[in-house]
Design a protein around this ligand. Sequence first.
Ligand SMILES: *Cc1c(COP(=O)(O)O)cnc(C)c1O
Length: 394
Amino acid sequence: MKSYHADKRGYYGDFGGAFIPEMLYPNCEDLRQNYLNIMEEPSFKEEFHQLLRDYVGRPTPLYFAKRLSEKYNTKIYLKREDLCHTGAHKVNNTIGQILMAKKLGKNRIIAETGAGQHGVATATVCALMGIECIVYMGEIDIARQAPNVARMKMLGAEVRPATSGSKTLKDATNEAIRDWINNPVDTHYIIGSVVGPHPYPDMVARFQSVISEEIKTQLQEKEGRENPDYVVACVGGGSNAAGAYYHYLDNPEVGIIAVEAAGKGIHSGESAATSALGKVGIIHGSKTLLMQTQDGQITEPYSISAGLDYPGVGPMHAHLYASGRGEFISITDDDAMKAGLELCKLEGIIPAIETSHALAIFEDRKFNPDDVVVVNLSGRGDKDLQNYIDYFKL
Ligand SMILES: *Cc1c(COP(=O)(O)O)cnc(C)c1O
């Protein structure tokens, strides 16, 4: 049977793999050879699930959104990742990777962050385990994201500015890779989404797959069946989406809907709609779709939501797009903001602006009245309050 999961070499169809400098090979190879065995160890599983339960607060509820469903005349369930400790799904992955690092005998963690959300999730688990944490962040992002920089510092992490190039995420990534090359023995690099060289996309997808594992059980209780008709998630790099789709990927009865950020419009020159605009290329060691110029330089992406402001997508999503297994929709800043405010008014939930993109599809994409549609509510909107205030002049 055709599978939409990674093969042994980390390929999803034509996408994925490990396109890395030779100097990085030993680090990735160590991880690649060990990650599946470690994840299978009973002691690993036990600690992972105990922390997900007692520290993260899992299982997160699957909530039937009654008023939202009435408005759009279909059955909408929200998977409440916004209720995870730290306010989003990212911590599922950082918990998994910190335990992985410990099993691999590493005692120093590095990460890179753009908006700071992954930096905070990484600093959190490093504090939890008492492990040294260095987060690379572009100088410009440090200035733009002061509250998250403060959070990381409070959690005991060192935030190192990347001062080269555009002084944003890709420059921070370069610094983190350089660090890893120089410290191959004691350091683990925690990547924050289903991106990067094999085995990262597959490993991160497996850590996040707890989301769809729980949806299956919860939907069975509520609807008498494990499978929704559709699973919807926003896609930056693609980790919350990968987790929400994971156990449904190879089940063609479940529709997969991926929502990207169209920014000020797909063809405005200010967007992050990778599937619509991307071409095949290599970013962060992975062959995937990315936004690039004619001569292959990465285009600076734009979205009102910091978490979707990424010029590529993970290889799983590139394959879901290219194969037609996934339906890809892009949503503008304006439509996302409107949908975010609507969820506040209809359900009393303030969503992250990333998530608001996923919620915005109901305006144009119609479903049948008896369709069961699960939307992954990837995060809460507290971090975006200033954006909401400025946009709506609150
Ligand atoms: C980081 C983030 C995203 C985007 O990242 P993915 O890897 O695509 O999930 C989406 N929603 C929230 C709340 C985030 O913090």
